[in-house]
Write a protein that binds this ligand. Structure first.
Ligand SMILES: [Zn+2]
Length: 307
């Protein structure tokens, strides 16, 4: 296979059934991959067993199939990638970029300053030695501004030292942090293009930093608007987004295309899933997707069925 070819991915967390917000991301990443003659891989981000719902991963894959998505290769499960994450952590340790931290959340809440990203870790444990477990593992955040160009949201920059400080790559409970896992998996799956929700835009500088430290390629990033409810919360399991009603699968796909401002013709409202996908493969233009962080679904009375 041509190693420079487009390789995209969709990476849901099996914390519940697929809802309309995740469907929108799946549709955009799938159409972008397929119209670039690329591959589209699926990865289950089941990194956090306490948050998972039994059977949700299987349910999500079944729903994707029923919507007509076709993924390439085997589905990767983060729960089975522990040794790969361990290797990456060891590489970072060997470069003396990591340290153990036993600061309690309460202590940091009371003492550390804050940015729009949350607490800025003040470096308290950087030079402590022989901290007994349990401890979190942090990586030293460089005082350096990371610049990247998001394909939809435009130029972005972040200084990790000033906005977050040294961040966690392995949790106190020994689970690997999302930031490390996602970087390792994107590398192992040779992902070239990441199309995902704008809620992850502020994670991107951390991920580019980790890629650089691990000598991985940095993919192209495209951050889509996330869908929000009337309270401004992202549509998610936590905001009580409903599971998708598959008897209206074609209507859901039509709505996704409309919200992504692909302007499907009204006569396709009652088209079959197959006809809609055929139309979308021909007409998809990522540049028509609005370059905003969020779309408020409550402004569209047709969409109230989704939450
Ligand atoms: Zn600490």
């Amino acid at each position: 296979m041509n190693p420079t070819a487009y390789r995209g991915r969709f990476a849901p967390s099996p914390t519940g059934a697929l809802h309309f917000g995740s469907l929108l991301t799946a549709v955009a990443s799938y159409l972008e991959a397929r119209t670039q003659q690329g591959l589209w891989l699926v990865r289950m981000e089941d990194l956090d067993p306490p948050r998972e719902i039994k059977g949700a991963a299987r349910e999500i894959l079944k729903t994707l199939e029923q919507f007509g998505f076709e993924w390439d290769g085997d589905v990767i499960y983060q729960s089975q990638q522990d040794s790969a994450y361990q290797d990456a952590l060891q590489q970072l340790k060997n470069k003396q970029l990591t340290f153990a931290c036993n600061c309690s959340r309460k202590h940091l809440n009371n003492t550390a300053s804050r940015s729009s990203e949350g607490i800025i870790y003040p470096g308290t444990c950087r030079h402590k030695i022989d901290i007994p477990p349990p401890y979190t593992t942090r990586i030293i955040a460089p005082d350096q501004t990371f610049h990247f160009i998001d394909q939809l949201q435009g130029p972005q920059k972040q200084n990790l030292h000033h906005s977050l400080g040294d961040f966690i790559i392995r949790r106190r409970d020994q689970l690997f942090a999302y930031q490390l896992a996602v970087v390792v998996d994107d590398h192992l799956q040779s992902i070239t293009h990441i199309v995902r929700g704008s809620d992850l835009l502020s994670s991107t500088a951390r991920q580019i930093f980790l890629q650089t430290m691990l000598s991985y390629q940095t993919p192209e990033y495209t951050h889509l608007p996330v869908l929000t409810n009337a309270e401004g919360n992202k549509l998610s399991k936590q905001s009580h987004a409903q599971a998708l009603d598959l008897t209206h699968a074609n209507l859901h796909l039509y709505r996704c295309l409309t919200l992504l401002v692909q302007s499907p013709p009204t006569e396709l409202t009652n088209a079959s899933l197959h006809e809609l996908w055929q139309w979308a493969f021909t007409h998809w233009q990522i540049k028509h997707v609005p370059a905003v962080a969020a779309i408020d679904l409550s402004q569209d009375t047709n969409n109230t069925i989704y939450y």
